[in-house]
Ligand binder design. Structure first.
Ligand code: SAM
Length: 288
């Protein structure tokens, strides 16, 4: 049987992840502050950075350094403290831990050791950007940072090319220009895209256009922190087998669509040319 336990009941220790502001300090939640006031230790990606944040809110607790390069060792120490009955919180530099930030290995080690995990909610650059992008948000793919090496970055973009969901990337100002150029070349200059810059800060800005247009923006004006969102790709012919197309048509017909309406709907949702869908319709549904 799968073991179950409510997070806030029972004797098991619990690690709190704390989501922190991504620019605007007023977005530190009262709940996060309450949990931090009651904790014994604050584990942090950058103890100096989090020290300043905590000083701003008048919180003075011992820090444990837990970053990308020592996460395994730090996790062992944090697990041991939690098992000894100490309260420990973990925060990254900004936004949610574990989202393009350390924390995932710490969470895994805690769960393996029977320690529960909870999070105090807060802002995340990806979600803020997606909500205001105007791009389809029902489904999205969070990519985070692309690889730094150009060949690896371009290979990854080629893999992402057919993804139909809105793509969400993190990027740094010194690489944004090259990234936009690669995106326009590989994903297509006509795809809609948005740069969400300096979210929650004084100079917050959304730049909306096509990838081709965004790649022509003066590089020197793209400063600060930014998220890049790109419209998903239309499913291409090579992705859908004849059988999948036939099933998509059958689905439409079963909803009471006429043959013409069914073919139109499948063409629109898949991006496939009408003649291919029509041929499969004839071959599948008009055999006699
Ligand atoms: N954990 C964070 C989160 O939940 O959003 C992300 C951390 S990641 C190391 C930092 C990247 O997030 C930045 O390079 C940028 O792409 C994005 N980012 C963080 N704060 C931002 C902001 N205020 N405006 C736009 N993008 C931001």
């Amino acid at each position: 049987m799968i073991p179950r336990a409510l997070n806030f009941e029972g004797p098991e220790p619990l690690l709190y992840l704390i989501a922190t502001p991504i620019g605007n300090l007023s977005e530190m939640t009262p709940r996060a502050l309450q949990v931090l006031q009651q904790t014994d230790f604050i584990a942090a990606e950058d103890t100096r950075n989090s020290g300043q944040l905590m000083a701003h809110f008048g919180i003075d607790k011992p820090f444990i350094s837990c970053h990308e390069h020592n996460e395994e060792e730090a996790s062992a120490r944090i697990v041991s403290l939690l098992k000894d009955g100490k309260k420990v919180c973990f925060m990254s530099d900004a936004g949610y831990p574990c989202l393009s930030d350390p924390g995932q290995r710490l969470v895994a080690r805690c769960l393996e050791a029977g320690i529960k995990v909870s999070v105090t909610s807060g802002p995340s650059a990806a979600i803020n950007a997606l909500a205001c992008s105007g791009l389809p948000s029902e489904h999205f793919h969070f990519e985070g940072f692309l690889p730094a090496k150009p060949t690896e970055r371009e290979a990854r973009l080629r893999e992402l090319d057919p993804y139909p969901e809105t793509l969400v990337f993190y990027e740094s100002p010194h690489r944004i220009f090259k990234t936009l150029l690669s995106m326009a070349a590989i994903l297509g200059g006509d795809r809609k895209a948005v740069i969400a810059r300096e979210l929650t800060k004084t100079h917050e800005e959304f730049i909306r256009g096509t990838l081709g247009e965004l790649a022509l923006i003066d590089e020197s004006t793209l400063r600060g922190e930014m998220v890049v969102l790109v419209e998903g790709g239309k499913k291409s012919q090579r992705e859908m087998t004849d059988n999948e197309i036939a099933l998509a048509l059958k689905d439409q017909l079963e909803w009471g669509k006429t043959s013409k309406e069914a073919i139109k709907a499948v063409c629109e949702s898949s991006g496939l040319p009408k003649n291919r869908v029509y041929e499969i319709y004839i071959a599948t549904f008009k055999r006699d």
